[in-house]
Structure formats: structure tokens, C-alpha cells
Ligand binder design. Structure first.
Ligand code: ADP
Length: 474
């Protein structure tokens, strides 16, 4: 039972892992990407500003008048306006102007290992050679003259502003992620409703079936695959249950069919042994006993045949043989019975020879069963007609009698095992009700058909098909 929970737990765990991974992605990848984007963006706009300054004030560079009130005033104004610290550095690294430094005389101390051209970047993030205590974005724009770099305009802004903005953007991302995560529980709800609950119902049902409770029904009221699976399972259980019922019925029938002849055999034998039946009558009753044992033998044989037919389908030994010949031979075995009942068998056979491709022994059995029935259910003096015809490479064999016929309500059942119509019960005490079911199984194994046309009180006609042998054409 524990096993049944794993699917759900797996789903929840996957869901949680998804949540954690999504969070990690936002915390790392998204965070880094937005940070890079923001820095780049900021750097690009500062670069424009720096280039503007470098172009505008390049001429002052030579005259070294950055300290002039005029220039200073302008640059200071830009500083205030854009909240950025503007430096002008010559190519040796000496800071010629610093908008945040009151004493703007050129500092004699050059920035150590000043190398703004390292790499492709026109900006850096850091403490700018140790000049700042906090992370700073520094953007360079070269001041060029005569194709030589004379110096740089460097604009610094503290990174803390960008960090702050970045934090806000991430905050928005986290909120969106949280909302998406909560919304995605919808998937969990749908999964529970569409898969987990019906699956549970189906599992419970299979457990019930495994325990032998085939009558257990359940209702997964869905039109999707789960519903279909459930319906199929229900159907299968129904079929199994029906098979089980049929099997019980089958065994009850077999037992009943064995018991009645055994009871009568025992009855007669006991009566003979204890003298109830006088010696001179023994022959008569022994014949009855013999008849009954015949019936038992027939029943046992039928059961064995049926059983053999059912195991792993039927193995057919198909050969090409003359069906007309087989019919004649089979009819010959009934000569005695026909004489007794004054029944005539009329053969209307197509051509002198009619080759079919089938299992001869089994087809002989089919003919035997049909002719046997036709004789059994015909009054004395009637005629039975056996006819063969060919149509579209199929050979049709018909066994037609003028017997008692089969009631309409029985027509659908005569091929069922142990079925005997009420009409026939009185007439045929030896019948097992297995003959036609064996017949049908044999014909079906040949992938052919058998049909019956019958009118109560008029007669019956059984027609089956066989494949015509292709030998004829060669
Ligand atoms: P059985 O051993 O009782 O003949 P079958 O399976 O051969 O068993 O036949 C089943 C039932 O079908 C018979 O009991 C009878 O009621 C009916 N039946 C079969 N063949 C005929 C026929 N030619 N005429 C009338 N009823 C028939």
C-alpha cells in the first residue's frame, strides 16, 4: 500500500525541486544578467557624457587651465546635475582635475600603474586603484589629439545606486517567481484530479480484482485516457466475471451430465445384483447401461476435444482434400442409423471432385456433428440434403433437414456449450450440448463461418464455408 504514495510524493518533490531551481536561477543567472545589463547601460550613458566632456574640453587640456573658474564651474555643475564625480587624468596618470576635490591644482602624484586601456572595456568596477572606499563604476573617455591619447575624462559613480536598483529589480523577479510558483500549483491540482485520483481508484479496483472480487465496479467519470483505462478495466473485470460465471455453469453442467447416467447405471446394476431385476430381464437393462456408458464416453470425448481446442488455439493440419469424398465417407457411417429411422440422405455435390484446403480430420468431425444432429432431430422417413457449392473461391457445405427446427429464441444459443433447446430435450437424451460449440470452434479456427437457418417445425439448415484449394488452378 505504501508504494501507491510514491507517485504523488515524486510529483511534489519534483515540484519543490522546480521551485528551488527556479529560485536559484533568479538568484544567480537572472541576478548576474540584470546586473551586467544595468552596469553596461549606466556605463554607456556615462561614456556619452565623458566623451562630450573630453571633446569639449580637449583644447583646455593643452593650456592646462582646468583649474580656471570657468571650466571648474561648468564641470562642477555637471557633477551636481548628474551626481557623478568627474576626473581628468593625463596619460601619465596624474589627476589634473577632480570635481569633488576643492584643491584642483594638478596633483603631482600619479596614479600608480594607471592603465586604462587594458582590455576592451571602457569602464571598470572597483575601487579605482584604491582611490575609493566603496565599489565604484569608472568610465573612461580618451582625450585624443594628433592621433595620440593625451589623457582621459573619467566619470565615477558609486555602485551603491546600481546595487540598490538591482536589488529592486531582483525583488520584482522574486515576487513574480513566487506568483508563478503559486500559480503552478494549478498543475498539481489538475494532476491530482486528472491522474492521481483516478489512478488510485484504478489501483484499488485492480487490488479488488486480484483478490477475486470481480464484481467490484468503480466509476471514473472522465472522457480522457484515464477514463478510457478505467472503462476498459471495468469491462475486462465484467468479462472475467462472466467467464468465471460461465466456468461455474460449465462445471455444474458437466457434473450434472455425468451424474445422471452414473445414477441410472448404478440404479440398474444394484437392481440386478440384489435381484430386483430378474435374470431374464438382465440383457435389456444391460443394454440400457451400455447406452448410458456410451453417453458418458461421448461426453468425455467431447470434453477432451473442447479442451484440446482451447489450449493455445487450435493447431490445424491443413491439407488439400476432396470434400465430396469426405462427405460420402461420413454419410456412410450413418447408414445403420438411417436405415433404422428410414431417413434418406440426398447428396447434391458440386462436380466429381471438390478440393478444399483444411484440416480433414476436424472437418470430418464437423460433418459428423451436423449429420448426427440432423438425423437426431428429424422424424422417421424424412430426407436430409447435403449440398456443396462454390462461390468466389469459397466452398459452401450445407446440411439441411426437415426436422423439428430450432425455436427463434434458441437460435442465438445453440453454439454455446451445453446448450440444448427445450424442444430437443425429450427427443435426444444422449445429447451433450457440446457438439455445435466444438463445430463452431473448428470452423472459426479455419477463419471460416458457420450459419444456421431454421424454422420451428419445418427444418434446419447449417451452412459452413471452406477455402477452395488453389491446387485446382495449377
Ligand atoms: P447436442 O449434443 O445436444 O446435439 P449440439 O451442440 O450439437 O448438442 O446442439 C445443441 C442444440 O441445438 C441441440 O440440443 C438442439 O436443441 C439444437 N439443434 C442442433 N442441431 C439441430 C437440428 N438439426 N435441428 C434442430 N435442433 C438442432
Amino acid at each position: 500500500m505504501k508504494k501507491r504514495k510514491t507517485l504523488y510524493i515524486k510529483f511534489i518533490v519534483t515540484y519543490l525541486i522546480f521551485g528551488v531551481l527556479a529560485f536559484i536561477t533568479v538568484a544567480t543567472l537572472t541576478s548576474e544578467m540584470t546586473m551586467n545589463y544595468m552596469v553596461k547601460n549606466e556605463a554607456a550613458s556615462l561614456y556619452k557624457e565623458a566623451t562630450l566632456i573630453s571633446n569639449k574640453y580637449a583644447s583646455y587640456f593643452y593650456s592646462n587651465i582646468f583649474s580656471s573658474e570657468d571650466v571648474e564651474g561648468q564641470l562642477d555643475a555637471i557633477d551636481t546635475l548628474t551626481d557623478s564625480n568627474i576626473w581628468i587624468i593625463n596619460s601619465e596618470g596624474e589627476v589634473l582635475y577632480n570635481s569633488r576635490n576643492n584643491n584642483n591644482q594638478s596633483s603631482s602624484k600619479a596614479i600608480e600603474s594607471f592603465n586604462p586601456v587594458s582590455g576592451n572595456n571602457y569602464y571598470t568596477v572597483g575601487n579605482f586603484y584604491g582611490y575609493f572606499n566603496e565599489d565604484t563604476l569608472s568610465v573612461y573617455s580618451a582625450i585624443t589629439s594628433n592621433f595620440m591619447i593625451q589623457g582621459y575624462v573619467v566619470i565615477h559613480i558609486p555602485m551603491k545606486n546600481i546595487y540598490e536598483q538591482h536589488k529592486n529589480v531582483l525583488y520584482i523577479s522574486y515576487i513574480s517567481l513566487g506568483i508563478i510558483f503559486i500559480l503552478s500549483t494549478l498543475i498539481l491540482v489538475v494532476f491530482t484530479d486528472a491522474v492521481y485520483i483516478p489512478l488510485n481508484q484504478i489501483t484499488t479496483a485492480t487490488e479488488q480484482y486480484a483478490e477475486g472480487n470481480l464484481k467490484y465496479t468503480f466509476d471514473v467519470n472522465r472522457t480522457d485516457e484515464m477514463g478510457y483505462l478505467a472503462a476498459q478495466l471495468n469491462y475486462m473485470a465484467g468479462k472475467l466475471s462472466q467467464t468465471e460465471d460461465n466456468q461455474k455453469k460449465f462445471i455444474a453442467n458437466v457434473s450434472h451430465d455425468f451424474r445422471s447416467p452414473l445414477t441410472s447405471i448404478k440404479g440398474y446394476l444394484v437392481a440386478m445384483v440384489d435381484g430386483t431385476i430378474p435374470n431374464e430381464m438382465h440383457e435389456k437393462y444391460l443394454n440400457i447401461v451400455l447406452n448410458e456408458t456410451d453417453r458418458l464416453t461421448k461426453l468425455t470425448n467431447s470434453l477432451l476435444t473442447l479442451n484440446n481446442l482451447n489450449i493455445s488455439g487450435m493447431i490445424l493440419e491443413t491439407t488439400d482434400f476432396d470434400i465430396n469424398e469426405v462427405i460420402k465417407n461420413t454419410v456412410a457411417t450413418f447408414e445403420g442409423t438411417c436405415k433404422e429411422k428410414k431417413i434418406k440422405i440426398k447428396l447434391v455435390l458440386s462436380g466429381p471432385e471438390l478440393l478444399v484446403k483444411a484440416d480433414m480430420g476436424k472437418i470430418q468431425q464437423v460433418l459428423y456433428n451436423l449429420i448426427d444432429n440432423a438425423i437426431k432431430f428429424s422424424e422417421n422417413g424424412k430426407t436430409i440434403k447435403i449440398e456443396t457449392t462454390i462461390k468466389n473461391n469459397k466452398v459452401f457445405v450445407s446440411v439441411k433437414d426437415e426436422g423439428i427446427g430450432i425455436p427463434k429464441e434458441s437460435l442465438n444459443h445453440i453454439f454455446d456449450r451445453f446448450y440444448k433447446s427445450d424442444l430437443s430435450r425429450g427427443k435426444d437424451k444422449k445429447g451433450t450440448g457440446l457438439g455445435l460449440s466444438i463445430t463452431k470452434e473448428i470452423i472459426n479456427a479455419h477463419k471460416e463461418n458457420i450459419n444456421v437457418i431454421s424454422t420451428e417445425g419445418v427444418g434446419s439448415e447449417f451452412i459452413f464455408t471452406l477455402p477452395e484449394s488453389s491446387l485446382d488452378e495449377n
